[in-house]
Write a protein that binds this ligand. Structure first.
Ligand code: GSH
Ligand code: NAG
Length: 224
């Protein structure tokens, strides 16, 4: 029986893009479904009743939620093709540690950049740049975070590059000036079709964010 794979997603989501890159790396065919995050659909609420967030991977009718868990699930189910996580337990732990750092620190600082103003935004910008510098150090002289090959941590972080233009525009700075080697790494990743075809154009991310903020209204808390 052929696998039935559906991805509930939103184009501008750096979390959704992780699932898209992982599926592309493995060469999995799937049905992409764009979700309205302002007026959430039945299927999303049913498939992710806990967080009510995208992405959700529905594999043969069963949902898997949370982007990093989705990427690991994809890696485990389609394990014959292009492994994403390192085979060594220690390296695996390291990759997971830094992916968690991306979720906790990079995401949080990035979010504060576009959702705050003034002093708070300045602090967010400093935090964001600091986090990226830490990650630049983790990359070191290797071509990818996975070492010689593209892998889990590369997927976890590279999708955030689609938001760099938004962060830069909101807070007047340049990631390339601050972290040139990280930008070189982004360009290297973009040479892979699995990445370039899965990532949304940074200008479109910005446009969608503007539309989204308008749709939700300033009063309501939104997350992306
Ligand atoms: N930790 C989650 C985050 C997912 C997330 O924040 N998704 C956003 C879109 S980028 C969402 O669905 N937001 C809807 C909401 O906040 O109600 C993951 O890694 O999948
Ligand atoms: C943006 O940053 C540049 C370079 O740091 C600076 O010259 C310029 O005045 C800043 N613009 C605003 C609107 O703050």
């Amino acid at each position: 029986m052929a696998d039935e794979v559906v991805l509930l997603d939103a184009l501008a989501s750096m979390f959704g893009m992780r699932a898209r890159v992982a599926l592309a790396e493995k060469g999995i065919e799937y049905e992409y479904r764009e979700e309205d995050l302002v007026n959430k659909g039945e299927l999303l609420l049913k498939m992710n009743p806990v967080h009510k967030k995208i992405p959700v991977l529905i594999h043969n009718g069963k949902p898997v939620c949370e982007s990093l868990i989705i990427v690991q699930y994809i890696d485990e189910v389609w394990k014959d093709k292009a492994p994403l996580l390192p085979s060594d337990p220690y390296q695996r732990a390291q990759a997971r540690f830094w992916a968690d750092y991306v979720d906790k620190k990079v995401y949080d600082a990035g979010r504060r950049i576009w959702s705050r103003k003034g002093e708070e935004q300045e602090t967010a910008k400093k935090d964001f740049i600091e986090c990226l510098k830490v990650l630049e150090g983790v990359l070191g002289d290797e071509p990818y975070f996975g070492g010689k090959t593209f892998g889990f941590l590369d997927i976890a972080l590279v999708t955030f590059s689609t938001w760099f233009y938004t962060y830069e525009t909101c807070a007047n700075f340049s990631v390339e000036v601050e972290c040139p080697e990280l930008i070189e790494w982004v360009k290297r990743c973009m040479e892979k079709e699995s990445v370039s075809k899965s990532l949304l154009d940074p200008h479109k991310v910005f446009d969608l964010l503007v539309i989204w903020i308008r749709g939700v209204g300033e009063s309501k808390k939104i997350e992306c």
